[in-house]
Structures are given as structure tokens and as C-alpha cells.
Ligand binder design. Structure first.
Ligand SMILES: [Zn+2]
Ligand SMILES: [Zn+2]
Length: 147
């Protein structure tokens, strides 16, 4: 993996600043209904890392728990001050946390390798035909970020 570590990021107001010590284990776009709501847009992009590799330089996220389309809980973390969606951790992946790549200081770090819940994507969204599509949430660790 060629991701430079540690890598860093922050929310829009700067209250929440993080550093991650290891490269993402998977990078994906999720089009499920809960991700649409949580993003306020049409999908969530996420870089999955070990929760133990993520440290906070300042502040911390506030979490909201929702039940996903597969009936499992997901805790979604955002900055309490500015509302930037930043993290998610779920029942499906204990010990892992996903980072929303819009919060990365180096945006080039994020390279998705799969679209999950792709059938829920709106008809107008042009999905990258060169990466796999999944109907639900497969084991993302089978889709290594570096191909
Ligand atoms: Zn903030
Ligand atoms: Zn989702």
C-alpha cells in the first residue's frame, strides 16, 4: 500500500482533528438508504481503518446510532459544532472505523475499490464501471484498497 502514514484530517470548523497511523484496509462508496440520509446527499464515501490506529489531535466526534438496511446498527460520528460527517462504525465490522474522505487533508488518498448497495444509487449517478458493484455490504476486506 502506498498511502503515506500517518495521515490527517479535520472537520470544517477545525474542532475535530485526527491522525491515522495506518493505511486504510478498504475504501468504498455506499449507496444504502442510511448512507444517503447520513450524507445529506446521495452516497457515503468511506476509508475503513483499524479503530486503534485513529487518534484525536483535538476534539472528538459525537455519534448518532441508526439501524441500517440490513438491520444492523451503525454509529455515525460528526462534529458537534459544525456538523461535518466524519466517521462511522458498525456492528458489521467490530474494531474498525470508517473515515469520510472529504475530511482528509490529502484528498488524493481516497481511491474507492467497490460500490456497495449499488442498486440504491439514483439513476442519474454515473458509477465508475471499472470497480465492482455489490447489492448489499459484502466483506469489504476482500476488496483491498490497493486492488
Ligand atoms: Zn467542526
Ligand atoms: Zn451505507
Amino acid at each position: 500500500m502506498d498511502t503515506n502514514t500517518p495521515f490527517t484530517g479535520s472537520c470544517a470548523c477545525g474542532d475535530v482533528q485526527y491522525q491515522c497511523q495506518s493505511a486504510p484496509l478498504a475504501m468504498f462508496n455506499c449507496h444504502c438508504g442510511q448512507c444517503q440520509l447520513a450524507s445529506g446527499g446521495s452516497f457515503v464515501s468511506a476509508a475503513l481503518v483499524k479503530e486503534s490506529a485513529l487518534n484525536f489531535i483535538s476534539g472528538k466526534a459525537k455519534y448518532f446510532r441508526s439501524l441500517g438496511d440490513a438491520g444492523r446498527w451503525t454509529d455515525r460520528g460528526f462534529c458537534e459544532n459544525c456538523g461535518t460527517p466524519m466517521f462511522a462504525k458498525g456492528e458489521i465490522a467490530p474494531g474498525l472505523i470508517s473515515i469520510k474522505p472529504g475530511t482528509l487533508h490529502d484528498k488524493t488518498l481516497f481511491k474507492p475499490t467497490i460500490d456497495t448497495w449499488a442498486s440504491r444509487a439514483p439513476a442519474w449517478l454515473h458509477l465508475d464501471g471499472s470497480i465492482p458493484k455489490a447489492d448489499k455490504t459484502p466483506n469489504l476486506l476482500n476488496h483491498k484498497a490497493n486492488g
